[in-house]
Design a protein around this ligand. Structure first.
Ligand code: ADP
Length: 496
């Protein structure tokens, strides 16, 4: 038993370093400035040591390393070489899985039991990228230029990709960027969030054991406004993959203007989850509730606006309220926890202020709404919260809260549901619960959003993909389109 609770020897050894360096050109290094940022366990408020506070100078070094690697030996690796590296990474990940999830659970609070259950989905994502490495291909094209001309396209890697990663699931978040870079032959500089970056450092550090060449994947830690902004505006970065808030997304777009960077942006959400009177409530109640509470509500596609048909709104509200009370909130490493803490004091304050605004604006607090004290006093815990009688004009219906706060908005007809569902600047996720296929398909077709779930919420598979529209950003994750973000098309005309 360590001061962190029951953890493996590997995790204990990793944490005992105290200072967690960045990875630039294959080396674990401190920031050039020597500056650090203290990082905390959100379950207990205790220090987990220090991360390097990288800034523009460190980003420069990392980008140069990535450029050198891109132009060097890495460019001679065949698709089979890259596939083999990705498959070795799967093996490595499986071997170090317990350590990696313990580190992430301590760093951002995710419950260890749900992280264990997520193993297969992590592995699938990595295997998907390994398979994609063998599926980058151009075309031979017909044309009207005569039979002495041969025309074809080549799909070439865009170059150096900056990956700006959020704190709500860095172990998965890093693979969306790193996996695609390795599959296509790009190189990358990852900038994980200052609130949770330890699992990213550890994963990339371990990758060196399986033959990851120097400079192909670099990790710069530090604040968004310094390290993140320096990466977004760096003239030698060809592309940015960003997941985070819409406010920061705008800054990334501004930074990208320097050299017309390619962008993939997965931003905020305020997704509608629409429950019709004919829905199977035994499934819709826990499904809609966990569609919000999962990962303590720190999910960009959380279905936070639960639209419920008026005939069943009282029953549904009562049942969701009861369900919320059964959800076990506790420390990340507690195997019984279903929900962990909010990631930081700052985010906790933000969530609590939205709960206060909800009450002030006249929403009915059905359950929750309080910070958990007692033995959880030192962590950043909020009880799962349900608001009833919410109006679609209220602040809690419009702004992303990023906490376990569910709002029930009553509606009468399918037209109302679609109108209210679309009353948002975001377009990331959406759900519909009904036994009627026509109702389901009409909602699927008319809600303006990148991903829809019918009689379920939050299912994801990289082969299918996931993405947003409107102010939730663009450039889907997964599916066949994902790799296109990392490739450019070269059109070749050959006179023969
Ligand atoms: P949140 O507000 O939920 O922390 P952010 O969008 O600010 O979400 O953070 C997501 C990621 O973006 C983090 O890695 C963060 O460090 C980074 N980031 C924050 N601000 C900037 C910025 N101005 N430029 C580039 N990256 C940033």
């Amino acid at each position: 038993m360590s001061k962190y609770g029951v953890i493996s020897e590997d995790t204990r050894l990793f944490l005992s370093r105290g200072n967690h360096g960045m990875i630039i050109d294959g080396e674990l290094v401190p920031a050039i400035s020597g500056m650090t940022i203290e990082t905390f366990n959100p379950s207990t408020g205790e220090s987990l040591g220090f991360i390097a506070a990288g800034d523009e100078a460190d980003v420069n070094l990392a980008v140069h390393a990535a450029r050198r690697a891109f132009q060097g030996e890495w460019s001679t690796w065949t698709p089979y070489d890259r596939e083999a590296l990705l498959l070795r990474a799967v093996d490595l990940f499986e071997r170090h899985f317990e350590e990696l999830i313990e580190i992430e659970s301590l760093d951002m609070g995710a419950p260890i039991a749900s992280m264990r259950r997520s193993k297969e989905s992590h592995v699938r994502r990595m295997r998907y990228f390994a398979a994609m490495a063998l599926n980058v291909r151009g075309e031979t094209l017909p044309h009207g230029l005569g039979k002495n001309v041969h025309a074809m396209t080549i799909k070439a890697p865009v170059g150096v990709v900056g990956g700006i990663i959020p704190w709500n699931g860095p172990l998965g978040g890093q693979w969306w960027v790193m996996g695609a870079a390795l599959a296509t032959g790009c190189t990358t500089v990852l900038k994980p969030a200052e609130d949770a970056c330890l699992s990213v450092i550890r994963m990339v550090e371990l990758m060196r054991e399986i033959g990851l060449p120097k400079g192909v994947v670099n990790v710069v830690t530090g604040y968004g406004a310094t390290a993140g902004a320096a990466l977004a505006r760096h003239p030698d970065v060809d592309r940015i993959a960003f997941t985070g808030s819409t406010v920061t997304g705008r800054k990334i777009i501004e930074g990208s203007m320097v050299n017309i960077k390619r962008l993939q942006l997965e931003l905020g959400g305020k997704s509608p989850d629409i429950v019709f009177a004919d829905a199977d409530l035994d499934k819709a109640v826990p499904g809609a509730a966990m569609g919000v509470f999962n990962n303590t509500g720190q999910v960009c596609f959380a279905g936070t606006r639960v639209l419920v048909q008026r005939e069943i709104v009282n029953e549904f509200t009562a049942r969701v309220g009861e369900f919320a009370k059964t959800v076990r909130v506790g420390r990340g490493l507690d195997p019984n926890s279903q929900l962990g803490p909010i990631v930081s004091q700052k985010q906790l304050d933000r969530v609590m202020s939205y709960i206060e605004i909800g009450e002030k604006e006249g929403a009915k607090l059905v359950t929750g709404g309080d910070r958990l004290r007692g033995e959880l006093d030192n962590g950043y815990f909020v009880s799962p919260t349900v608001f009833g009688d919410v109006d679609s004009e209220m602040t809690i219906s419009r702004e992303e809260i990023f906490g376990p706060v569910l709002s029930i908005i009553p509606f009468d007809t399918i037209d109302d549901a679609i109108r209210i569902g679309n009353q948002t600047e975001y377009g990331l996720g959406g759900g519909v619960w009904t036994k009627n296929v026509s109702t389901a398909l009409r909602v699927v077709n008319e809600i303006y959003t990148g991903t829809m779930w019918v009689n379920c919420y939050g299912l994801l598979d990289p082969l299918v993909g996931f993405g947003g529209t409107k102010m939730s950003g663009y450039g889907s994750k997964g599916g066949l389109a994902h790799l296109d973000n990392y490739l450019y098309t070269k059109c070749v005309y050959m006179q023969i």
